[in-house]
Design a protein around this ligand. Sequence first.
Ligand code: RVP
Length: 497
Amino acid sequence: MAKIIQEPSRTFGEYLLIPNLTTKDCIVANVDLKTPLVRFKKGEEPAISLNIPMISAIMQSVSDDKMAVALAKNGGMSFIYGSQTIEEQAEMVRKVKKYKAGFVISDSNLTPDNTLEDVLNLLNRTGHSTMAVTADGTPNGKLLGIVTARDYRTSRDELTKKVAEFMTPYERLIVGKEGTTLKAANDIIWEHKLNSLPIIDKEGNLQYLVFRKDYAEDKENSRALLDSEKRYMVGAGINSRDYAERVPALVEAGVDAVCIDSSEGFSEWQYDTIKWVRDTYGDSVKIGAGNVVDREGFRYLANAGADFIKVGIGGGSICITREAKGIGRGQASAVLDVAAARDEYFEETGIYVPICSDGGIVHDYHITLALAMGADFVMLGRYFARFDESPTAKVKTSKGYMKEYWGEGSNRARNWARYDLGGKKELTFEEGVDSYVPYAGSLEDGVGITLHKIKSTMCNCGSTTIKHFYENARLTLVSATSIQEGSAHDVVLKDNQ
Ligand code: RVP
């Protein structure tokens, strides 16, 4: 007979925190959001900790190399999407590991044979007015010149005019040599009143561009998530089908952690994937698994050896799994249940397996609630998709600027490996939608505000660490009427607020 869990499955919006005593040392500046990413034994330190409890979703519309750099700079980690070829994904990981603050790999490149029309199209696509002209049009080809907005006039020049006729040619460029420090590059920029400085290798191939505006990058961000060689840390999504080829390529590219990306992770396929990683690499490759929503799912993956376990089915903003398949659980109930299972497992085995609340974060305070309920960190898709650094187009709509955001189970992404249950290698029905999210500026600004809110609430609850917060948090369920009381009410708002 079917077993019915009598307690309804609940989500974050149904809870509020009750403040605890705020002592005088409990101030925002004293809050430390450091949190474990991977399993560790009682009394030991985890091999990897995050500096902020936020990771970005394994999605085409969220996590590429640019997002990974921006998030690692701010203390979190991106898991680069796996619904692309192994080579493309490994290349993104490599770019993050090779990233040098202030040194940009040129993303707008031309050959001398391109035309002014090509320049304008490229400008439209990337929004970058400085373009490198290389012999083969690649970012690391032989440098032949540079085109900036100062090199052409659309009112006078023919659209068919060749780049070779109006670029600033190599002979007239000031360039830096490979190995130049950011400080030295900036000195050259200032001395010659340049906007950008190409850096070339001994053969004259373009390596990087250094921009005047990036000078601030020189200053170390104290939150940055760095490996032992001071490179940004980055994760990558994998699936339970091609792991024997994908994982070695990612490891070779320098990945710090991989995570099996699946809408439902309580499966023998995940067990086999984790086992293969352990048999091949021992503990040296860190692997997350999921998603699960209950104690049974957690214990299965913890016993398999997962380094962290993701929680959540069907709560994602673009996710229609619950409608399509009738599986899932309210995100708050899932986190509470799995957190209890993690604590029980720790008591029993002395091994702490961190859990990640994945999807369904609508307001910043939902992150705080997830931490209070026992999540060690959260994974966010919609939240990060809104920022400049996400890989998708910024579009002007009647409702203002938007960024595109689509699910991995949508027809647009067609990530069959995430949803397939051993059938044909294709997406048979959609479990996600294609959408817009309101554009929200730079990641650094957005994350800064979110972290400040989380820290403020923790102070209200008398905590300066996530562990203390979880151990002492008091939550209350809210009624539908008291939810109404929570936003502005019984006043007439001014100016369409
Ligand atoms: P959100 O942050 O609410 O946008 O949710 C992001 C999460 O949604 C992802 O981390 C993933 O678990 C899930 N997802 C991604 N694609 C889809 C889908 O197409 N159904 N769901």
